[in-house]
Design a protein around this ligand. Structure first.
Ligand code: SDX
Length: 432
């Protein structure tokens, strides 16, 4: 394959030549446009898991896995983590630009005004088993939103696209808190419009009717930072699921529900829950070597949860920021359960010095430390992936809007390499 100015030239096995156009983005690797490859040359490309395949153009988020770069609409996540808020980052992801003071105030007020659920939706929680996994409930109730807001899901209508985004951002915390209250047998707590996004979530999670609940500002600050860091991440599994489901014209609430389901997997957003389960299984620093060896053993399915990433091959910038916040939260909350944090720090040090992890570029990812903070805030392990979904909800909404607004958009329909039986005739049952 040779590369001229703006084309790749391929020579096929029969000696015929084909030219494939090259396209460049603002930053990041060029792409080879293969859209006409099958039509002009009768071949597909093959890339299980889409390791090196771009599915779309996007202006929203950029990651450089080699340099540990993550930018939302061009703003480095480190700067947003230091100076911004989740609501402001949500505005940025949905509207492409940082808001003016007036725009931010209006957006914040709009979100506060949409935090209540249709009262009928609360009946779902009367039907779930008390010990249903909160991700199962989140997926089900988010999917049911298309049964309540069906009069405003015309994807071609800008107003409908906006109200959908606002409802997803505003109502998911209320649904998440309702799931948690069912799990612990406490009454549902209604949202309050006088509280900001994270204060309201803490209130709905931990307040009880029997006494006043005082919100810990450190907890609210920690949640706000975690939501900023989880807000978006290019074409990750769950976001690609939202885009694919939405590409058929399915309503946006159903597309988001599909994203919630994809996030639940332990290889993706379910990893933060799996990290805490893994740390509890390891139990003690003395056992770290045994589990690192298990992770390296090809015959052992055990993987070090919270390590490795499809894109980041040096470090996940989010993990760096979250690790620092872990130290702060543990100290400021005067936590006594630091053993699990100390175990995580030691496990990270052992793994980072191990040749296997060095050779395979396996570093802590966003999920390695986030669960430790959630647990320090009193949030149970079963709710960790739900918390991930709350942050990522605005990224899903932003990508759905970008996909549905693309004038060149088409239904996502990958091809395959068929390895099944060649054509054969039906055999009557008496002859089998
Ligand atoms: C998220 O895509 C995103 O952006 C996701 C995310 C987001 O914000 O949306 O960043 C959130 O999902 C973070 C990842 C959370 N998942 C985990 O922590 C689960 C543990 N990690 C692995 O399952 C794995 O690292 C993945 C799924 C994250 C990445 O897998 P890849 O890119 O498909 O890489 P791979 O599985 O091919 O691994 C490459 C090699 C393999 O060994 P070889 O086949 O080359 O011999 O590294 C090994 C793997 O066996 N490996 C691990 C490992 N992760 C990869 N070995 C031990 N422990 C691990 N954690």
């Amino acid at each position: 394959m040779t590369v001229s100015q703006d084309t790749y030239r391929l020579t096929s096995p029969d000696g015929s030549e084909m030219e494939l156009p090259v396209r460049s983005g603002t930053v990041g690797p060029d792409v080879i446009d293969i859209a006409r490859l099958y039509r002009d040359h009768g071949v597909f490309t093959y890339d299980p898991g889409f390791v090196a395949t771009g599915s779309c153009e996007s202006d929203i988020t950029f990651i450089d896995g080699e340099k540990g770069v993550l930018m939302y609409r061009g703003y480095p996540v480190e700067q947003l983590a230091e100076h911004s808020s989740f609501i402001e980052v949500a505005y940025l992801l949905l509207n492409s630009e940082l808001p003016t003071e007036a725009e931010l105030s209006e957006f914040d007020n709009t979100i506060r005004m949409h935090t209540m659920l249709n009262e009928g939706m609360l009946n779902f929680f009367k039907g779930f088993r008390y010990d249903a996994h909160p991700m199962a409930m989140l997926s089900a109730v988010v999917g049911s939103m298309s049964a309540y807001y069906h009069d405003e899901i015309d994807a071609t209508n800008r107003g409908h696209r906006n109200i959908f985004s606002h409802r997803i951002l505003a109502k998911l915390p209320t649904i998440a808190a309702a799931a948690y209250k069912l799990n612990i047998g406490q009454p549902f707590i209604y949202p309050r419009n006088d509280l900001n996004y994270c204060e309201n979530l803490l209130h709905m999670l931990f307040a009880v009717p029997a006494e006043p609940y005082e919100i810990d500002p450190i907890a609210a600050e920690a949640l706000d930072l975690l939501f900023i860091l989880h807000a978006d991440h290019e074409q990750n599994c769950s976001t690609s699921t939202v885009r694919m489901a939405g590409s058929s014209g399915a309503n946006p609430y159903s597309a988001i529900a599909a994203g919630v389901s994809a996030l639940w997997g332990p290889a993706h957003g379910g990893a933060n829950e799996a990290v805490l389960d893994m740390l509890e299984e390891i139990g003690d620093v003395s056992q770290i070597g045994k589990y690192v060896d298990k992770a390296k053993d090809k015959n052992d399915p055990f993987r070090l949860m919270g390590f490795g990433h499809r894109v980041y091959k040096n470090f996940d910038p989010r993990a760096t920021i979250i690790r620092e916040m872990c130290h702060k939260v543990m100290k400021q909350l005067d936590r006594k359960d630091t053993p699990v944090f100390d175990l995580a720090l030691e496990l990270e040090q052992v793994a980072l010095k191990d040749d296997y992890f060095i050779e395979k570029n396996l570093y802590p990812n966003v999920d390695f430390y986030s669960g430790i903070i959630y647990r320090a805030l009193g949030i149970p392990t079963s709710m960790f992936t739900v918390m991930f979904a709350l942050g990522r909800s605005v990224g899903w909404a932003a990508h759905w809007r970008e996909m549905i607004s693309d004038p060149k958009g088409k239904i996502a329909r990958p091809r395959q390499l068929y390895t099944g039986p060649a054509a054969r005739d039906y055999t009557p049952v008496e002859k089998r």
